[in-house]
Write a protein that binds this ligand. Sequence first.
Ligand code: NAI
Length: 286
Amino acid sequence: RGKRAFIAGVADDQGFGWAIAKALSAAGAEILVGTWVPALNIFESSLRRGKFDESRRLPNGGLLEIAKVYPLDAVFDTPDDVPEDIKNNKRYAGSEAWTVKECAEAVKADFGTIDILVHSLANGPEVTKPLLETSRNGYLAAVSASTYSYISLLKYFAPIMNPGGSSLSLTYVASEQIIPGYGGGMSSAKAALESDTRVLAFEVGRKYGIRVNTISAGPLRSRAAKAIGFIDDMINYSCANAPLQKELDADDVGNAAAFLASPLASSVTGTLLYVDNGLHAMGLAV
Ligand code: NAI
Protein backbone atom coordinates (compact mmCIF):
# COMPACT_ATOMS: atom_id res chain seq x y z
CA ARG A 1 0.00 0.00 0.00
CA GLY A 2 1.26 3.49 -0.83
CA LYS A 3 1.62 6.07 1.90
CA ARG A 4 -0.64 9.04 2.44
CA ALA A 5 0.63 12.45 3.52
CA PHE A 6 -1.12 15.49 4.94
CA ILE A 7 0.88 18.67 4.40
CA ALA A 8 -0.28 21.74 6.32
CA GLY A 9 0.85 25.08 4.88
CA VAL A 10 0.59 24.93 1.09
CA ALA A 11 -1.01 27.94 -0.63
CA ASP A 12 1.15 28.38 -3.76
CA ASP A 13 4.02 26.70 -5.61
CA GLN A 14 6.81 28.84 -4.12
CA GLY A 15 7.30 27.47 -0.62
CA PHE A 16 8.73 24.41 1.11
CA GLY A 17 5.31 22.76 1.53
CA TRP A 18 4.84 22.54 -2.23
CA ALA A 19 8.35 21.12 -2.73
CA ILE A 20 7.74 18.54 0.01
CA ALA A 21 4.44 17.59 -1.64
CA LYS A 22 6.28 17.02 -4.92
CA ALA A 23 9.06 14.95 -3.36
CA LEU A 24 6.60 12.77 -1.44
CA SER A 25 4.43 12.38 -4.53
CA ALA A 26 7.45 11.41 -6.63
CA ALA A 27 8.20 8.76 -3.99
CA GLY A 28 4.70 7.34 -4.45
CA ALA A 29 2.72 8.98 -1.64
CA GLU A 30 -0.84 10.22 -1.97
CA ILE A 31 -0.95 13.95 -1.18
CA LEU A 32 -3.50 15.88 0.89
CA VAL A 33 -2.87 19.51 1.77
CA GLY A 34 -4.18 21.93 4.37
CA THR A 35 -4.44 25.49 3.07
CA TRP A 36 -4.89 28.60 5.20
CA VAL A 37 -8.55 29.63 4.85
CA PRO A 38 -7.92 33.19 3.58
CA ALA A 39 -5.65 31.79 0.85
CA LEU A 40 -7.90 28.88 -0.12
CA ASN A 41 -9.92 30.38 -2.98
CA ILE A 42 -6.98 31.75 -4.89
CA PHE A 43 -4.97 28.54 -4.40
CA GLU A 44 -7.77 26.29 -5.59
CA SER A 45 -8.65 28.46 -8.56
CA SER A 46 -4.99 28.75 -9.56
CA LEU A 47 -4.69 24.96 -9.39
CA ARG A 48 -7.83 24.53 -11.49
CA ARG A 49 -6.80 27.11 -14.07
CA GLY A 50 -3.46 25.36 -14.57
CA LYS A 51 -1.32 28.16 -13.16
CA PHE A 52 0.88 25.62 -11.36
CA ASP A 53 1.02 23.03 -14.17
CA GLU A 54 4.67 23.74 -14.96
CA SER A 55 5.75 23.38 -11.34
CA ARG A 56 3.59 20.29 -10.86
CA ARG A 57 6.00 18.34 -13.08
CA LEU A 58 7.85 15.59 -11.22
CA PRO A 59 11.37 14.38 -12.03
CA ASN A 60 9.98 10.96 -13.07
CA GLY A 61 7.76 12.56 -15.71
CA GLY A 62 4.53 12.46 -13.71
CA LEU A 63 2.52 15.37 -12.36
CA LEU A 64 1.88 16.26 -8.73
CA GLU A 65 -1.73 15.29 -8.01
CA ILE A 66 -3.32 16.67 -4.86
CA ALA A 67 -6.05 14.24 -3.83
CA LYS A 68 -7.81 16.88 -1.71
CA VAL A 69 -7.28 20.42 -0.47
CA TYR A 70 -8.61 21.04 3.05
CA PRO A 71 -9.27 24.50 4.49
CA LEU A 72 -7.27 24.97 7.71
CA ASP A 73 -6.57 27.66 10.22
CA ALA A 74 -4.07 26.15 12.61
CA VAL A 75 -4.53 28.96 15.12
CA PHE A 76 -7.87 27.44 16.15
CA ASP A 77 -8.15 23.98 17.67
CA THR A 78 -11.92 23.48 17.90
CA PRO A 79 -15.03 25.45 16.83
CA ASP A 80 -15.36 26.77 20.40
CA ASP A 81 -12.06 28.61 19.98
CA VAL A 82 -13.24 30.68 17.00
CA PRO A 83 -14.23 34.25 17.87
CA GLU A 84 -17.32 35.87 16.31
CA ASP A 85 -15.40 38.28 14.07
CA ILE A 86 -13.58 35.40 12.37
CA LYS A 87 -16.76 33.31 12.10
CA ASN A 88 -18.48 36.18 10.34
CA ASN A 89 -15.50 37.22 8.24
CA LYS A 90 -16.41 36.72 4.61
CA ARG A 91 -13.11 35.02 3.84
CA TYR A 92 -13.97 32.32 6.40
CA ALA A 93 -17.74 32.09 6.04
CA GLY A 94 -17.50 30.27 2.69
CA SER A 95 -15.54 27.35 4.15
CA GLU A 96 -16.29 24.97 6.95
CA ALA A 97 -14.57 22.52 9.30
CA TRP A 98 -11.26 24.35 9.18
CA THR A 99 -10.22 24.18 12.83
CA VAL A 100 -7.48 21.63 13.48
CA LYS A 101 -9.77 19.11 15.17
CA GLU A 102 -12.41 19.32 12.43
CA CYS A 103 -9.79 19.11 9.71
CA ALA A 104 -8.43 15.88 11.20
CA GLU A 105 -11.98 14.53 11.44
CA ALA A 106 -12.62 15.40 7.80
CA VAL A 107 -9.42 13.64 6.70
CA LYS A 108 -10.42 10.60 8.77
CA ALA A 109 -13.90 10.55 7.22
CA ASP A 110 -12.50 10.83 3.67
CA PHE A 111 -9.39 8.65 3.86
CA GLY A 112 -9.33 6.82 7.21
CA THR A 113 -5.65 7.18 8.05
CA ILE A 114 -2.47 8.98 7.06
CA ASP A 115 1.20 8.00 7.35
CA ILE A 116 3.00 11.31 7.07
CA LEU A 117 2.21 14.67 8.68
CA VAL A 118 4.06 17.81 7.59
CA HIS A 119 3.87 21.19 9.31
CA SER A 120 5.12 23.84 6.86
CA LEU A 121 3.49 26.96 8.23
CA ALA A 122 4.43 29.98 10.24
CA ASN A 123 3.07 33.43 10.87
CA GLY A 124 4.41 36.30 12.94
CA PRO A 125 2.38 39.50 12.60
CA GLU A 126 5.24 41.59 14.01
CA VAL A 127 8.09 39.74 12.30
CA THR A 128 9.60 42.99 11.01
CA LYS A 129 9.89 44.41 14.56
CA PRO A 130 12.93 43.74 16.76
CA LEU A 131 12.17 41.50 19.74
CA LEU A 132 12.56 44.42 22.10
CA GLU A 133 9.78 46.28 20.28
CA THR A 134 7.47 43.29 19.90
CA SER A 135 4.15 43.48 21.73
CA ARG A 136 2.99 40.71 24.01
CA ASN A 137 0.13 39.96 21.61
CA GLY A 138 2.46 39.87 18.62
CA TYR A 139 4.82 37.50 20.38
CA LEU A 140 2.06 35.18 21.52
CA ALA A 141 0.50 35.24 18.03
CA ALA A 142 3.84 34.16 16.50
CA VAL A 143 4.16 31.25 18.92
CA SER A 144 0.49 30.32 18.50
CA ALA A 145 0.57 30.23 14.68
CA SER A 146 4.10 28.89 14.25
CA THR A 147 4.61 26.52 17.19
CA TYR A 148 1.48 25.60 19.13
CA SER A 149 -0.12 24.89 15.73
CA TYR A 150 2.25 21.93 15.47
CA ILE A 151 1.33 20.56 18.90
CA SER A 152 -2.32 20.89 17.92
CA LEU A 153 -1.82 19.16 14.56
CA LEU A 154 -0.02 16.25 16.19
CA LYS A 155 -2.61 16.03 18.94
CA TYR A 156 -5.46 15.62 16.47
CA PHE A 157 -3.70 13.81 13.62
CA ALA A 158 -1.53 11.33 15.55
CA PRO A 159 -4.59 9.19 16.43
CA ILE A 160 -5.29 8.72 12.70
CA MET A 161 -1.65 8.02 11.80
CA ASN A 162 -0.53 4.47 11.11
CA PRO A 163 2.22 3.13 13.40
CA GLY A 164 5.62 3.71 11.84
CA GLY A 165 4.33 7.08 10.64
CA SER A 166 6.44 10.18 10.47
CA SER A 167 5.90 13.81 11.31
CA LEU A 168 8.01 16.77 10.26
CA SER A 169 8.22 20.54 10.70
CA LEU A 170 10.38 23.34 9.28
CA THR A 171 12.57 25.54 11.41
CA TYR A 172 15.19 28.24 10.97
CA VAL A 173 18.65 28.83 12.46
CA ALA A 174 17.50 32.13 14.01
CA SER A 175 16.37 29.92 16.93
CA GLU A 176 19.98 29.37 18.00
CA GLN A 177 22.03 32.18 16.44
CA ILE A 178 21.33 35.89 16.24
CA ILE A 179 19.68 36.78 12.92
CA PRO A 180 18.84 40.48 13.17
CA GLY A 181 15.62 41.14 11.26
CA TYR A 182 13.91 37.83 12.11
CA GLY A 183 11.82 39.49 14.76
CA GLY A 184 8.37 39.58 16.28
CA GLY A 185 9.10 36.54 18.44
CA MET A 186 9.67 34.33 15.38
CA SER A 187 13.15 33.39 16.64
CA SER A 188 11.53 32.41 19.95
CA ALA A 189 8.81 30.45 18.13
CA LYS A 190 11.44 28.45 16.24
CA ALA A 191 13.42 27.76 19.43
CA ALA A 192 10.24 26.43 21.03
CA LEU A 193 9.46 24.36 17.93
CA GLU A 194 12.89 22.72 18.11
CA SER A 195 12.54 21.92 21.80
CA ASP A 196 9.02 20.61 21.23
CA THR A 197 10.38 18.34 18.48
CA ARG A 198 12.30 16.43 21.14
CA VAL A 199 9.51 16.26 23.72
CA LEU A 200 6.89 15.36 21.12
CA ALA A 201 9.19 12.68 19.68
CA PHE A 202 9.12 11.07 23.12
CA GLU A 203 5.40 11.48 23.71
CA VAL A 204 4.07 10.36 20.30
CA GLY A 205 6.86 7.83 19.93
CA ARG A 206 5.77 6.05 23.09
CA LYS A 207 2.05 6.48 22.53
CA TYR A 208 1.70 5.92 18.77
CA GLY A 209 5.05 4.72 17.42
CA ILE A 210 5.36 7.87 15.31
CA ARG A 211 8.62 9.70 14.59
CA VAL A 212 9.02 13.49 14.96
CA ASN A 213 11.80 15.46 13.29
CA THR A 214 12.46 19.00 12.09
CA ILE A 215 14.41 20.41 9.14
CA SER A 216 16.35 23.62 9.69
CA ALA A 217 16.20 25.08 6.20
CA GLY A 218 18.33 27.70 4.53
CA PRO A 219 16.78 30.84 3.04
CA LEU A 220 14.18 30.48 0.27
CA ARG A 221 12.30 33.24 -1.56
CA SER A 222 8.83 32.01 -0.49
CA ARG A 223 5.80 34.18 0.01
CA ALA A 224 6.26 34.10 3.80
CA ALA A 225 9.96 34.95 3.52
CA LYS A 226 9.33 37.91 1.21
CA ALA A 227 7.04 39.36 3.88
CA ILE A 228 9.99 39.48 6.28
CA GLY A 229 11.76 41.84 3.91
CA PHE A 230 15.42 40.77 3.84
CA ILE A 231 15.26 37.43 2.07
CA ASP A 232 17.47 38.52 -0.85
CA ASP A 233 20.18 39.63 1.60
CA MET A 234 19.95 36.27 3.40
CA ILE A 235 20.28 34.35 0.14
CA ASN A 236 23.26 36.47 -0.93
CA TYR A 237 24.84 36.04 2.51
CA SER A 238 24.43 32.27 2.32
CA CYS A 239 25.85 32.08 -1.21
CA ALA A 240 28.86 34.13 -0.11
CA ASN A 241 29.53 32.39 3.22
CA ALA A 242 28.16 28.83 3.31
CA PRO A 243 30.43 25.84 2.69
CA LEU A 244 28.39 25.14 -0.47
CA GLN A 245 28.19 28.38 -2.45
CA LYS A 246 24.92 27.82 -4.28
CA GLU A 247 21.35 28.94 -3.86
CA LEU A 248 19.16 26.53 -1.88
CA ASP A 249 16.56 24.81 -4.03
CA ALA A 250 13.21 24.11 -2.32
CA ASP A 251 13.48 20.60 -3.79
CA ASP A 252 16.59 19.97 -1.66
CA VAL A 253 14.37 20.37 1.39
CA GLY A 254 11.63 18.31 -0.29
CA ASN A 255 14.05 15.43 -0.85
CA ALA A 256 15.37 15.55 2.73
CA ALA A 257 11.75 15.53 3.94
CA ALA A 258 11.03 12.47 1.78
CA PHE A 259 14.03 10.72 3.33
CA LEU A 260 12.90 11.55 6.88
CA ALA A 261 9.37 10.36 6.09
CA SER A 262 10.59 7.11 4.55
CA PRO A 263 11.57 3.76 6.09
CA LEU A 264 15.20 4.73 5.31
CA ALA A 265 14.91 6.92 8.43
CA SER A 266 12.97 4.44 10.55
CA SER A 267 15.22 4.93 13.61
CA VAL A 268 15.56 8.70 13.23
CA THR A 269 13.41 10.70 15.64
CA GLY A 270 13.74 13.78 17.82
CA THR A 271 16.36 15.21 15.47
CA LEU A 272 17.01 18.48 13.71
CA LEU A 273 18.46 18.09 10.22
CA TYR A 274 20.11 21.12 8.63
CA VAL A 275 19.35 21.52 4.93
CA ASP A 276 21.11 24.84 4.43
CA ASN A 277 24.23 24.29 2.32
CA GLY A 278 26.09 24.02 5.65
CA LEU A 279 25.73 27.67 6.64
CA HIS A 280 24.87 26.83 10.27
CA ALA A 281 28.34 25.35 10.80
CA MET A 282 30.27 28.53 9.93
CA GLY A 283 31.66 30.50 12.85
CA LEU A 284 33.65 33.04 10.90
CA ALA A 285 32.80 34.28 7.43
CA VAL A 286 35.81 34.00 5.10
P1 NAI B 1 5.08 29.72 2.60
O1 NAI B 1 4.49 31.07 2.48
O2 NAI B 1 5.12 28.86 1.36
O3 NAI B 1 4.38 28.84 3.72
C1 NAI B 1 3.80 29.34 4.89
C2 NAI B 1 2.35 28.89 4.85
O4 NAI B 1 1.75 29.06 6.13
C3 NAI B 1 1.49 29.68 3.86
O5 NAI B 1 0.91 28.78 2.94
C4 NAI B 1 0.43 30.32 4.76
O6 NAI B 1 -0.81 30.43 4.10
C5 NAI B 1 0.39 29.33 5.89
N1 NAI B 1 -0.23 29.81 7.14
C6 NAI B 1 0.05 30.94 7.83
N2 NAI B 1 -0.73 31.02 8.93
C7 NAI B 1 -1.51 29.90 8.94
C8 NAI B 1 -2.52 29.41 9.81
N3 NAI B 1 -2.90 30.09 10.89
N4 NAI B 1 -3.11 28.22 9.50
C9 NAI B 1 -2.74 27.53 8.41
N5 NAI B 1 -1.79 27.94 7.55
C10 NAI B 1 -1.19 29.12 7.81
O7 NAI B 1 6.55 29.96 3.16
P2 NAI B 1 7.75 28.97 3.56
O8 NAI B 1 8.91 29.87 3.73
O9 NAI B 1 7.85 27.83 2.65
O10 NAI B 1 7.34 28.48 5.02
C11 NAI B 1 7.18 27.11 5.38
C12 NAI B 1 7.96 26.82 6.65
O11 NAI B 1 9.36 26.93 6.38
C13 NAI B 1 7.68 27.81 7.80
O12 NAI B 1 7.66 27.09 9.01
C14 NAI B 1 8.91 28.71 7.75
O13 NAI B 1 9.17 29.33 8.98
C15 NAI B 1 9.96 27.69 7.39
N6 NAI B 1 11.25 28.22 6.94
C16 NAI B 1 11.32 29.10 5.89
C17 NAI B 1 12.54 29.61 5.46
C18 NAI B 1 12.62 30.53 4.28
O14 NAI B 1 13.66 31.15 4.06
N7 NAI B 1 11.60 30.65 3.47
C19 NAI B 1 13.79 29.22 6.13
C20 NAI B 1 13.63 28.26 7.19
C21 NAI B 1 12.39 27.80 7.58
